[in-house]
Write a protein that binds this ligand. Structure first.
Ligand SMILES: Nc1ncnc2c1ncn2[C@@H]1O[C@H](COP(=O)(O)OP(=O)(O)OP(=O)(O)O)[C@@H](O)[C@H]1O
Ligand SMILES: [Mg+2]
Length: 316
């Protein structure tokens, strides 16, 4: 019975069916595995795409923020320039109105002086003349602020200007207890500039720094080439009294001074006007009781302006 052909056939069929089922199951399993791999791949891909989209979004947000920042800075600068233009206009008008009658006063006083024999009377006239001279020098300052005048350009070595200014100031009593330091890299390019104006700027900044530390301290003049730009940046840093935050925004206003009776308040405003007429900018940062840094930048070349004189101007 066991070996009957019918049984063998049934067994063979059953075996074949089992093998076919097993093969089908294996195929199904491999299809499922392939599908799973595909799904995993898709999942990784979409994760990657999501990460990329997030990065792009973050970048856009950062760009947006940067744009807003630049816009705010631009508006602040524009307002600053408008204020400067209005003040310059006012200064020009005032200087003109003061200058003409002042010339009359001068010539009248000089005539009076010539005709006066009484020493007391002469002293009085001299005092009036001194006062008129003070007014005249203030008016000149006003004019320098409002209309810095054409630039006399030459190739200028900043290091040399700093050396000249230092050697002049070192002999002044105010600078006796002050250490004057210079940090200028030898590769700093020479610039095309009005040597006289830039040395006046340095002088004004150094005088302010010196006046800010009556007990002594240190002043450092440092400079660098601005990266990726054809400009240099100059910094005058002191270890003086600093500037309180509430008056900091006013220091470039003409006639703003905290040195009652000793300053006209024109030093910084004229310096800023000179730097601007070179297409540069000037700003100040300060920490009360720690010190102040005034920085300004200047282009290496004055593009579109008359060529500089070949010889560097000497300033002493
Ligand atoms: N380095 C500094 N440290 C502390 N305060 C400063 C400094 N530089 C400027 N200031 C402040 O800014 C004000 C304006 O400076 P600015 O040079 O224009 O005028 P001034 O020094 O008062 O007078 P002037 O320069 O005409 O003699 C000063 O009175 C002072 O209060
Ligand atoms: Mg000053």
């Amino acid at each position: 019975m066991a070996g009957s052909p019918a049984v063998i056939i049934v067994l063979a069929v059953a075996l074949a069916a089992a093998v076919a089922a097993a093969v089908a199951a294996l195929r199904q399993a491999s299809r499922l595995r392939a599908q799973a791999r595909q799904a995993a791949l898709l999942a990784r891909q979409s994760e990657h795409e999501r990460d990329m989209a997030q990065q792009v979004l973050a970048h856009r947000v950062e760009e947006e923020r940067e744009l807003t920042r630049e816009k705010t800075q631009f508006h602040a600068k524009l307002a600053d320039y408008e204020k400067y233009a209005a003040m310059a206009q006012l200064a020009l008008g005032a200087a003109h109105e003061i200058n003409n009658p002042l010339l009359g006063i001068f010539s009248h006083l000089e005539l009076e002086l010539k005709g006066a024999d009484d020493p007391e009377q002469r002293a009085e006239i001299q005092a009036c003349l001194e006062g008129a001279k003070r007014i005249s020098s203030t008016v000149r300052g006003l004019l320098n602020y409002a209309r810095p005048g054409p630039l006399h350009l030459s190739r200028v070595s900043l290091e040399r200007l700093v050396d000249d200014t230092f050697s002049f100031l070192r002999h002044q009593p105010m600078f006796r207890a002050i250490e004057l330091k210079k940090e200028i890299p030898p590769e700093l390019p020479t610039i095309t500039a009005d040597a006289n104006q830039i040395s006046q700027v340095l002088m004004n900044l150094l005088l302010n720094a010196g006046q800010a530390m009556p007990q002594g301290g240190a002043i450092t003049v440092s400079a660098d080439k601005v990266k990726f730009e054809d400009r240099i940046e100059v910094r005058v840093t002191d270890t003086g009294c600093g500037i309180p935050a509430d008056i900091l925004p006013r220091v470039f206003e003409p006639f703003f001074t905290t040195k009652r009776g000793q300053g006209t308040g024109l030093g910084l405003s004229i310096s800023q006007a000179y730097v601007r007429s070179h297409h540069g900018e000037m700003e100040v940062e300060s920490v009360p009781n720690r010190g102040t840094t005034v920085r300004f930048n200047l282009p290496v070349r004055q593009l579109g302006r008359a060529a500089p004189e070949p010889e560097e101007e000497l300033v002493s």
